[in-house]
Write a protein that binds this ligand. Sequence first.
Ligand code: EPZ
Length: 429
Amino acid sequence: MDRISITGGRRLEGTIPISGAKNAALPLMIASLLTPETLTLKNVPNLADVNLLARILRNHGVDLAVDGKRPGPARYLGETFHLTARDIVDTVAPYEMVSRMRGSFWVLGPLLAREGRARVSLPGGCAIGTRPVDLHLAGLKALDAEIDIEEGYVVARAPSGLTGARIIFPKVSVGATQNVMMAAVLARGETVLENAAREPEVSDVARCLVRMGATIEGIGTSTLRIQGTDSLEGAVHTVLPDRIETGTYAMAVAATGGEVLLEGARADLLEAALQILTSAGVTITETNRGLRVARNGGEIEPVQVETRPFPGFPTDLQAQLMALMTRAAGTSTIRETIFENRFMHVQELARLGADITLQGEQAVVRGVPALHGAQVMATDLRASVSLVIAGLMAEGETVVHRVYHLDRGFERLEEKLSGCGATITRLVG
Ligand code: EPZ
């Protein structure tokens, strides 16, 4: 299994291109199931999760063509996918695949809406909490689907089609909003989703659906009003930049010091995180090419943060912020309110000398004068990148094991960081 070796202590200087957002690309690819015509997606990141979902979609009958890549700077522009689900040949999404990636569970809504039936394995994904799917199922039931759980599979049927409804989500869920929204666009009549997730990735999917001929009002708000239609068309859509990758590299620069242009990044996608970084002593400037992030001298100031649904501070940046705060000039508190078990990086950060105490859903992080390189283990996607950030700050060598977690969500991480002066290499095998 590949490992990543980092020798800390180098400032980051240069440019990092920001890729398309994984958590938008995945549901956007799934949206191709809703139409027999071709959905073209530009700026798709080259990630393990994207490749796995492509295999799952091929099983359902989606034909995927990928535009060739030219050498040179164009290779940083993401891939262009042409997805065509002319006929759905199989409405089963098997355990072997869905258990490896939670995002693939979102095929349920579109398959059900288009074919009137679907059999989808209960999902897997990062081990960061129990992660139920009750909100997805309740939403689809409200649209008149019959749903049973049989042998670990969700078996959904809507023999005479789905019917629009008013659904009030009891809790904000990105996945349930996307899944039910994708089903509702092909339902009869109007669906109103209240307390819908407002994450930019949800809005990106909604905008793509509108390009495909759907009628959705309230995009970007917590109330989505959808008028169902009989069929959707093909469209061309560009995946929005990855706000989590943006925040991650911004925190890496904050950690090492230096100045980096995050090319293509958009401040409006992560204002809460940028505010926290500013209060920690980082200078962030919007330019027409992206975001310039700098910390030149000065200490990292401690912060008090709690994770919240968008527009709050994202849970997907919690681990990275914690890595940064291990070297702050004082004590930070970081409260995780979205997932109940998303602190597995704490014991790994402690191997590097971090001083972190867990009190229920809150971590108390006391800044230490130095971290020291060690062998550490990646436990989930965002936790693994927090170990990379810690390694960049630590004295000596840090080796991160199980980096397949990292490959699920960060495109060419070593290349992007070493291009800015970091000493980071992949040890293959
Ligand atoms: C999405 O997961 C993302 N995944 C996650 O990113 C992200 O952490 C999360 O949203 C929150 O922003 C994808 O987009 C593929 P939720 P999702 O439903 O949709 C509870 C990463 O690292 N809940 O918004 O699965 C749930 O347990 C990943 O890229 C229910 O109770 O998250 C959690 O406490 C990790 N019942 C809360 O809601 C349900 O049916 C929010 O989860 C669904 C969710």
